[in-house]
Structure formats: C-alpha cells, structure tokens
Write a protein that binds this ligand. Structure first.
Ligand code: PEP
Length: 254
C-alpha cells in the first residue's frame, strides 16, 4: 500500500511565533483525532523548520518539510539555503518545482532536476510539483506539459532514488483560485502520471508512488478527491493556515 499524505504549504506566511502557535495546534489535533496511517506534513518557511521539527517529535504522524532548496552544495549564493542546512534542522521533505517557483523565479525542469539530485543526496524527500496552466489546458496540451515536466525533472533518477519522491499534481489554474479540478479531471491526470511512471520504472514502483492533488483543496471537496483510486492525498495551500481545516482534510483518511 502506498503512503497517504496530506501536506501543508504555508508559503511566505506566518512570522516565527505565529508559525509555532499554528503548528502546536495542528500537532494537538492530529494526536487527538487522526486514527489512520496517513502522514501529515507541514512545509514551513525556513525560519520555522528547526523549532517545528522539535515539536513534531511529540507525534509519529507529523513530519516537517521546506519549500525550496538551492541546487549547489554550498558557496557564494547570498540569501540561499542548502539541502544540507535543511537536513540539519530535522526536516524530512522539500517541496520542489512549485508553480510559484517556476513562474516567479524562472525555475526550469533542467534546474529542478539538479535540485532533486542535491536534495536526495542529503537524504531529504522531494515533493515534486507538476501541473499545467489554464492556457495549456485550453490548448489541449496538458498531458504533453505534464509528461515533459516529469520526464525532464525526475526521470533521470534510478528506481531506488525515484522511490523517495512524492509527486504532486497541481493544476496552476486551481492554485489559490478557489477553482478546484473536478475529481474526474484530477483522477485522469493522476492515472496518466502513474502510467508514465509504470512505463519508466515498472508497475511496482508506480503502484507504490504517492501522488498528491493540489489546488484549492478544502474540507468540503477533499473526500471526493481523495476517494479517487489514484489520488493519495493533497498538497494544501490556503487551508493549511487554519489548523481545523487542515486536519479535517487529513481526517478524510481516518
Ligand atoms: C499550493 O500552493 O500548493 C496550493 C495547493 O494552494 P491552494 O491550496 O491555496 O490552492
């Protein structure tokens, strides 16, 4: 059975105290109410990672992730954060390839392939995001876009390293817009992604890869989305900033 995951992406929100307070609430509710095997991950700004990783020790059901990492090991990259630094905080996951990074920071598939390698080298698990824009969907090229993102971003890995990944399908038109992909639209793409993984790495690897849906997921639509056979959880932006909503989404796997 592949792992079910609900991961929160706080983006550039919450100062240090606000982040600790929200996270403490999340851990308490998770410990009280999550009864299944699902994993809850919180991907915070870098400033919170070390403290959250310590607080997360009180729960076997919560892990911590970062939202980006630099591709280089170390050096003269003022303002950047390396994978080794992230690892040293106790974080376990790193979001890579989020559409906001692709859009605002010009991150290409080629650059992301390097980031994936560096992050894996430091025994962190990438949550690798892919997804088409509205124009690409309306132009009927969404399958091509997704295939290119996954092929160029992660298919250079051997099967052992690929098995460390979580994939997140996030249609750009659904992120932060309140417009969710229908469960049928999401399932269609998740099945496509899984079949591409099977063609590259074989059925066993494909069947054990966790593929998350992201894009305006909330406590009202999570059940229907997570009920699809190839949707293994969610990457949650806005709703992860409210402890009750975030854990309610995760509770869909109880
Ligand atoms: C995201 O940014 O990864 C995301 C899914 O955001 P939201 O849930 O706010 O659409």
């Amino acid at each position: 059975m592949r792992k079910k995951i609900v991961a929160g992406n706080w983006k550039m929100n919450l100062d240090y105290e606000e982040g600790l307070s929200l996270f403490s609430e999340v851990v308490n509710i998770v410990n009280d109410e999550i009864t299944g095997q699902q994993l809850v991950i919180v991907c915070s700004p870098f400033i919170h990672l070390y403290s959250l990783a310590r607080l997360a020790k009180s729960s076997t059901k919560v892990s911590i992730g970062a939202q980006n990492a630099h591709q280089a090991e170390s050096g003269a990259y003022t303002g950047e954060i390396s994978a080794k630094m992230i690892k040293s905080t106790g974080a376990e996951y790193v979001i890579l390839g989020h559409s906001e990074r692709r859009q605002y920071f010009s991150e290409t598939n080629e650059l992301l392939a390097k980031k994936v390698d560096t992050v894996l080298k430091h025994a962190l698990k990438p949550i690798f995001c892919i997804g088409e824009t509205l124009e690409e969907r309306e132009g009927g090229i969404h399958f091509d876009v997704i295939k290119k993102q996954i092929t160029e971003g992660v298919f250079h890995l051997d099967a052992e390293h690929f098995a460390q990944l979580v994939i997140a399908y996030e249609p750009v038109w659904a992120i932060g817009t309140g417009v969710t992909a229908s469960s049928a639209q999401a399932q269609e793409i998740h099945l496509f992604i899984r079949s591409e993984i099977a063609a590259k790495y074989g059925k066993d690897v494909a069947d054990s890869t966790t593929i998350l849906y992201g894009g305006s997921c909330n406590p009202k639509n999570a059940r229907e989305l997570f009920g699809q056979p190839d949707i293994d959880g969610g990457l949650i932006g806005g709703a992860s900033l409210k402890s009750r909503d975030f854990v309610d989404i995760a509770k869909e796997f109880n």
